[in-house]
Design a protein around this ligand. Sequence first.
Ligand code: GLU
Ligand code: MG
Length: 443
Amino acid sequence: MNEIVRQVQSDHVQFIDLQFTDINGTIKSVTIPTARLQEAIDRGVWFDGSSIQGFARIQESDMFLMPDLATYRVLPWTSDERRRARLICDIKRPDGTPFEGDPRSALRRAISRCTTLGYAYNCGPELEFFLFKKNGDGPLAPVPHDVGGYFDFSPKDEAQSIRADIVRALEQMGMSVEASHHEVATGQHEIDFEYADALTAADNAVTFKYTVKAIAAAWGVYATFMPKPIFGINGSGMHTHQSLIDLKNGQNLFFDTDDPYKLSALAYAFIAGQLYHAKALSAVVAPTVNSYKRLTPGYEAPVYISWAQVNRSALIRIPRYSPGRDQSTRVELRFPDPSCNPYLAFAAMLYAGLDGIEKELPHVEPVNEDLYHFTTEDLKLRGIETLPGTLGSALDALEVDDVVLSALGDHIAEWYLRAKRAEWDEYRIQVSQWEIDRYLETL
Ligand code: GLU
Ligand code: MG
């Protein structure tokens, strides 16, 4: 009997959620009773993928889920009588080869390319989110839970307690929480967990989202990872700290004691690669119409394609070095937001960075001033470009960037562009309240 089957019995688990994500990063799951687990481990579980976003053409609808046993976790919010656990799965074709429409397999492919070069890629994503009040049975509206007046409940203690419950649930899900705090905006929070290899970090980011949502729901509020739910205040990012580690000796390859920023030539090339591919990358790391409402000046989210030591308006920030932190040298990419599919985001970020290394892209000078105050002429003079202003222009950039496209692989690239173009077009033809207010009477 498999060890996990034994574990499931001792945990009194009755059902197992076999999880995977579609190209948008939405969690899908097939639930099996515990009695079927041994068979699922031996032979996988067949399913019809043809109705999953971005998965299959009709002729490719047969595929199977292969549980990754290292991802076994009991879901702490399920009741004793209906105790459930989850296993994250890889998706395989009938002949046992990885299904190239599976976002997790795209990240596995990117990681194995990195392994061939002798590096491990570590990621530490920081997901911000809002907690909002529910409006009885009415439609959801973005009303921060800690604003008094909408309906009564005491704001400050409530926020602390909800966050404490979330942290406890994350720990029970095997994630080590480093810090949690109220973010800048009303109703906004951040909980940071320990960095890991990119695959584990992506699994953790996905787990984080549904854990936060489940605990918020238990408190009668709802959590959203929408990048910019409210105009005029900060949005939610998923800043990601990244480093490359030498597979031979475990040393952090981004560190160099002789450099003023303590960065190695490899780190500079990696940064140059991510800046070079930034426009196309944005279609993957900031993938929704709403993402571009966040990437505007004045809200601590980046807009300019530059890097800096401290500057929050820069796309890449290098956390300040302090003695003894050689091994934690890292490059923080600030434009991802939590609406992305973390598997695809990390695969694309890795490909962009590795491209900088392989092509030996030239060193890019940092810009440490606050770019929000630069005029268009200043920016032009300094050669600083801006991120795409809409999902539409991000997709234009993605369509012509072979490096970022190859991170997705042909299958996902085709479906992703098609789905995202449709999303953009659907939005583009809407008539918004802003237009009515601005034009209806005056034109
Ligand atoms: N919420 C900001 C963003 O949209 C970031 C704030 C921070 O620096 O943590 O990226
Ligand atoms: Mg933050």
